[in-house]
Design a protein around this ligand. Structure first.
Ligand code: SF4
Ligand code: SF4
Length: 429
């Protein structure tokens, strides 16, 4: 793609990176067909190629973007389907991240939008605040019909049961059962531990049963992805540095074989810590070391191998590949192979590579497109009529579960069950 950045602009490392990414784009439009926002909206400006052009014009223009440009970039789900498919290897993921940061710094959003984004950035990464917000949302649920669209959507996604803190999320070391094969840190995260504490509990049981000392590091918290996707650079880098510092204390102490992540949106972020901190000489090396240690829980389990898995019930499982795991991390076979090793009957969801519309806080900020993608996903799940849906990302689980009667569980909950753990709560009724 032709660009006209001035030499002065190219002196800025961020602009240089954007120019380099854009230079690779041959404007073929090949990735448009796989882009979920383009599938729903059928507008070139909501496709990867269209957004490349908008981002180029925005960065070249050196003035605040117009509201239409912001709207088209906001409508991107950061699903990475385009990055994964593009033969020219256009690194759209980092390009759109940079565009979001530029918008946040230069564009004044309307007040309700600013307020909502500010609340999401403050509440979601903090388990304490998020738990309080969910308690409030349960009280507000009877009045949902009176609320504006986006608030109504948030209430719909809030769980109906109480959200108890789990003891596994506290800083500690949980010893391996039997001989130790690995010492791993578990990212216990933020939103997931509140919405579905059973996931971290199943992960700890599964890992310790397979010979891992599992440590939850003091000082580690949200991975930073939620604020990163809102374009908020400062809180993102603060969260990233806090996690890097917490895990590096372990690396420099007893050592770590892996940082295990069981929410693939967070895993994509942690694997990118080297890039996030690349401009900070004091942190860049440590960021890159932690990024190199980051593994999805299914990658670790595929390496360890399941011990004597036995199918507890002959259930058919439709595995939903979260975009962050499938497109961004390219962890594609491990979850399916592990589920098949347990004896579950796998059912392939048609068009499974298309985003379910969750995408971090996207379903809260862009409910119209998110709902269309959810309906599309749930309809295709219905075609294969599984007993259960499995996914490796809490956002997808909540999104899909809000529109289907089929139980939705995390992949680790099934692996844990098949290797001696309890039945997942969603299946136990
Ligand atoms: S991003 Fe890749 S697929 Fe899309 S137009 Fe550019 S070169 Fe083609
Ligand atoms: S990241 Fe996803 S939604 Fe955004 S342009 Fe690429 S394919 Fe489309």
């Amino acid at each position: 793609m032709r660009t006209k950045f001035s030499q002065a602009q190219l002196a800025d490392p961020d602009i240089r990176q954007a120019a380099e990414i854009l230079r690779h784009c041959v404007e073929c439009g090949a990735a448009n067909a796989t882009c979920p926002s383009y599938l729903v909206l059928n507008d070139e400006n909501d496709s990867p190629r269209g957004r490349n052009r908008l981002i180029r014009d925005m960065l070249q223009g050196e003035r605040p973007p117009d509201s239409a440009t912001v709207a088209h970039i906001d409508l991107c789900l950061s699903c990475n389907a385009c990055t994964a498919l593009c033969l020219a290897k256009v690194d759209f993921m980092h390009l759109v991240d940079q565009a979001r940061g530029t918008i946040e710094k230069t564009y004044r959003r309307p007040l309700p939008d600013r307020l909502l984004r500010g609340i999401l950035a403050a509440v979601l990464p903090s388990p304490g605040l998020f738990r309080l917000a969910l308690m409030g949302s349960r009280l507000a649920r009877p009045f949902a019909a009176l609320m504006p669209g986006r608030l109504k959507g948030m209430l719909r996604l809030a769980p109906r049961r109480s959200v108890r803190p789990s003891p596994v999320d506290r800083p500690q070391v949980i010893a391996a059962e039997g001989p130790r094969w690995m010492r791993v840190a578990l990212l216990t995260g933020c939103v997931q531990q509140v919405l579905e504490p059973a996931i971290n509990e199943a992960t700890v049981r599964l890992l310790t049963r397979h010979g891992c000392d599992v440590m939850v590091a003091a000082g580690a918290g949200c991975c930073g992805a939620l604020t990163h996707h809102l374009g908020k650079t400062e809180p993102t880098e603060d969260a990233v540095r806090a996690n890097v510092a917490a895990w590096m204390r372990e690396v420099d102490g007893e050592g770590l074989d892996a940082v295990v992540v069981n929410a693939s949106g967070c895993g994509t972020m942690v694997k990118d810590y080297g890039h996030v901190l690349a401009g900070d000489p004091a942190w860049s090396e440590r960021g890159a070391r932690i990024a190199a240690l980051a593994r999805d829980v299914t990658e670790v389990m595929a390496e360890l191998g399941l011990r004597s898995p036995a199918c507890p019930e002959p259930l058919s499982v439709a595995y939903h590949p979260a975009c962050s795991l499938h497109h961004a991390q390219k962890v594609r076979d491990e979850p399916k192979r592990l589920l098949a090793d347990c004896g579950f009957i796998l059912k392939a969801i048609p068009e499974s590579h298309v985003c379910c519309g969750s995408a971090g806080s996207y379903s809260l900020l862009q409910p119209a497109v998110a709902d269309k993608l959810k309906e599309r996903k749930v309809a295709r799940i219905g075609w294969v009529a599984p007993d259960v849906v499995a996914a490796g990302n809490i956002g997808c689980m909540v999104q899909i579960a809000s529109a289907t009667e089929v139980p939705v569980v995390h992949t680790v909950e099934l692996l844990d069950w098949a290797t001696g753990g309890p039945k997942p709560p969603a299946l136990a009724g």
